[in-house]
Every structure is written in C-alpha cells, then in structure tokens.
Design a protein around this ligand. Sequence first.
Ligand code: SAM
Length: 168
Amino acid sequence: MEVYVLRLGHRVKRDKRISTHVALTARALGAKGIYFDTYDDSVFKSVKDVVERWGGDFFIESVEWKKFLGSFDGLKVHLTMYGIPLIEKIDEIKKAKKVLVVVGAEKVPPEVYEMCDLNIAIGNQPHSEVAALAIFLDRILNKTFDLEFKNAKIKIIPSERGKKVVEI
Ligand code: SAM
C-alpha cells in the first residue's frame, strides 16, 4: 500500500516546528510523501535536508488542496477526533492500494469532512496531528521497525548507551 499525507492549514508564522515534525514522522513511519497547502521555504528545506542525509525518496510538495483532494485517485482518510474509531475501519482501509491521510493544524474547512471517504479518530479526545499520524501509519503499514532508507549518507548503529552514527 502507498500512503501519502496532506497537511492542511499550515501557518508560516506559528507552525514551522510542528509541520516539520508531521513531515518527518510521515517519512520515518513509511509514507511516500507529503503535500502542504502552503509553501514554507524553511520547512521544505529542512525536510529535504533530512532526506538528503538520512536517505529514501520521500518528497514534500505544495498543492492547491481542494483541487488536489478532489482528484486524488485513492482512499481519502481525514484524521479528526470527531470521526469513527480507527479500529472500526482498519480492515477497510488496509484493502486500499493508495491512501491519502489528511491532517489539520487549526480547524480544517468543513468541506474536508465531505470530500474525504472516511473521517477517522485516533481516540475521541483532542491531541496532536503528529501523534494521530504516527499511530495511523503504524497501525496501517505496520513497518515502523522494518523500513529501509536507500542512498543514506549517515545511519545509526543502535546501541544500549550513547550515540553511534556512521557515515556510509
Ligand atoms: N481544534 C481543531 C479542530 O477542531 O479540528 C483540532 C486541531 S488539532 C491540534 C490538529 C489536527 O490533529 C487535527 O486537524 C487532526 O488531524 C489531528 N487530531 C487531533 N486529535 C485527533 C484525534 N483524536 N484523532 C484523529 N486526529 C486528531
């Protein structure tokens, strides 16, 4: 299954750090790429810099979100605390070949609830887009601990204590 992420509502002044974390979480847990509704040079540069050093072919792009969401040719899943619990729909989602996961920053436009095929909750309590995305990707792809990042320049050697990083 291929999973892509659409990040809505990024505010250049307020959301740099959390939007970067959304993108890095998407990459680290197996999504193919992330689309933003707003171009932010510093966020895009730092994500591309991670890909350059840590490998893989994860992409980050900006799109006109309504047009993009309307024409996406796969299952569109909006993550929202108001939605249906993931465990009730997980089998249906796992059957899809291509999934777009939509996460918000502030309140998402109401039409997102209509345009998406599923509105899915990761628990019905308010928390964070980073947490919601991480749990979603882990449950759907189940490869958090089994991912390869090709053409990496650096890599971690897991160790009980301290930090071991090698250049490849
Ligand atoms: N107050 C906003 C609202 O009414 O939609 C919530 C903003 S929340 C900080 C940012 C994003 O985190 C949401 O758009 C949603 O994608 C995600 N999120 C937060 N809690 C969630 C939950 N329990 N389940 C699924 N997604 C959640």
